[in-house]
Design a protein around this ligand. Structure first.
Ligand code: NI
Length: 173
C-alpha cells in the first residue's frame, strides 16, 4: 500500500482545470489508481480526485460507506469506484443542502447546495464506458469530486458562510 501526500487549499493545482486522460494512457493508470484508493482510505475519505495528489488528470476514486447508502439510490456502488474523464450529463433542477468536508481542507466542513440527482458518464478502470444515475449522497460526492477536476473547492459553492466551520466546534455546540 502506498499513500501519497494530499495537497491542501491554497495550492494552485487545486484551482486549475485538470487535463483529460487520453485513451492510450488508461493502461498506465493502475498504480496511480491504487495509490489514490489507499490514500483516500487512509484519510477516511469517501472520494479523492487526482489534483488532490498533485496530478492534473481527470481521474477520481470514490467509495460510498454502507451507512451513507440510501435505498432510493439503487445504483450506489459499495466497492471503490474509479472514474476516468467523468462528466455529468444531466442535472435535476432540484437542489438540496448537505454538509461536506474535503481532504484538502482538513478539519472543516460546510453546508453546500448540490443537485439532488444527476446522470454521469465516465470510463472505468478497465477502459469501459459507464453511465449511471445517482441521487442523494452518491450524487453529492460525484459533484464534489468533479468540481476538483474543474479547479473548484466546496466553499466556492456555499451560499451561507455562517454554515462553515471546524468539525469539532460545530459538533460540540
Ligand atoms: Ni474534496
Amino acid at each position: 500500500m502506498a499513500t501519497r501526500e494530499i495537497i491542501r487549499m491554497g495550492n494552485p493545482i487545486l484551482a486549475t482545470l485538470a487535463q483529460p486522460i487520453q485513451p492510450d494512457d488508461v493502461a498506465t493508470l493502475p498504480d496511480v489508481i491504487q495509490d489514490m484508493i489507499d490514500t483516500m482510505r487512509a484519510a477516511n475519505g469517501v472520494g479523492l480526485a487526482a489534483p488532490q495528489i498533485g496530478l492534473s488528470m481527470r481521474l477520481i476514486v470514490f467509495e460510498i460507506p454502507r451507512n451513507r447508502q440510501t435505498t432510493s439510490d439503487t445504483n450506489s456502488p459499495l466497492s471503490p469506484q474509479v472514474l476516468i474523464n467523468p462528466k455529468i450529463t444531466h442535472f435535476d433542477d432540484e437542489m438540496e443542502l448537505g454538509w461536506e468536508g474535503c481532504l484538502s481542507i482538513p478539519g472543516l466542513k460546510g453546508e453546500v447546495p448540490r443537485h439532488s440527482s444527476i446522470t454521469y458518464d465516465a470510463i472505468d478502470a478497465e477502459g469501459n464506458r459507464l453511465t449511471r444515475h445517482a441521487c442523494g449522497f452518491h450524487a453529492r460526492v460525484i459533484q464534489h469530486e468533479i468540481d476538483h477536476l474543474d479547479g473548484i473547492l466546496y466553499p466556492e459553492r456555499m451560499l451561507n458562510l455562517r454554515q462553515f466551520g471546524f468539525v469539532d466546534e460545530l459538533e460540540e455546540h
